[in-house]
Design a protein around this ligand. Sequence first.
Ligand SMILES: [Zn+2]
Ligand SMILES: [Zn+2]
Length: 363
Amino acid sequence: MRTTTAWRSTGDGSVTLERVTIERRDLRDHDIALRVDYCGVCHSDLHRVKGMLKEGAIVPGHEFTGTVTAVGPAVTRFAPGDRVAVGTIVDSCGKCAMCEIGQENYCLEGPTSTYGAKDRVDGTKNQGGYSREFVVTERFAYHLPDGLDPAGAAPLLCAGITTWEPLRAAGVGKGTKVAVAGLGGLGHLGVKLAVALGAEVTVLSRTPDKAGDARALGACDLLVTTDEAQVAAARYRFDVILDTVPIEHDLTPYISMVALDGTLSILGYPLPDHGCDHGADARPQEAHRVRHRRHPADRRAAGVRRPAPGHRRHRGAAVQPRRGGAPPPGQQRRPLPLRPRPVRPRPARRLTTAVARTAWCAA
Ligand SMILES: [Zn+2]
Ligand SMILES: [Zn+2]
């Protein structure tokens, strides 16, 4: 076994981290060892440290960059000295239909999270990137491109991919009208990435206070969602809305602003009974409600068409049941609150909700 320094939670619900010595496994054939140089602090780290999953003491950290220090005998993609990045998943079954098409995050056996999960080989509990050294199979390590600041790049491995995926899935490019609700850890990256893709970006916020920050990040406008006149004037305006607000909130203003064939992508909505500081009662009822509008009967009633063959829609993950094993306590799947609803005529428009990985995606 190798040993390294790490920062571990105390497991008593406080946010205190203790400096400890932990063990890392000896390198397997396809493993690399890396020196962790930078690790982002993810919102999910805080939830987990505070005991969201009641898992006791953990070493958090699932968005980090570093330098390869050693490689196993069968490693082909890395050599000592390479700049490297690791994200929220460190293993998967590698043979199911999802793994075979490169969607390991949907692995039918359940992907292995970077911390707090059971190692697939020896069953030990994974310990994350708040540590000096990390060992990972090369399949889940990524080359850090030259010229990319390793400190700034670390959060791209979680918050970055969370906002990048829905932008790419929705085909955002030059001239796409994108709105980003919330300008925090996810939101500011959503703005920067959408601007870099050539989109015309508007920040949605409850107050005008962040207008300066929004423009500094490249947004062309800030729309105040508590101003009914502004919301009404923006009806059907946005091709894509990224909703990064991490507390229970009313989706109605966002829905009204989604264009025909547009996408409302809900990234931060709290999950049921997750016990974090958003409130134990927080439930994604609104998200369910929007998802219902994708039901074929709904679509037929609204006179909307199916996506063209081959059109890739972003598929939800956050409110889907976990695959591979029982859900953690408090997250047992419950039936959606479906009720028969009268079919009312409404404009022929399609509301597509894309629920991407939330910040605690790897939980
Ligand atoms: Zn994260
Ligand atoms: Zn798999």
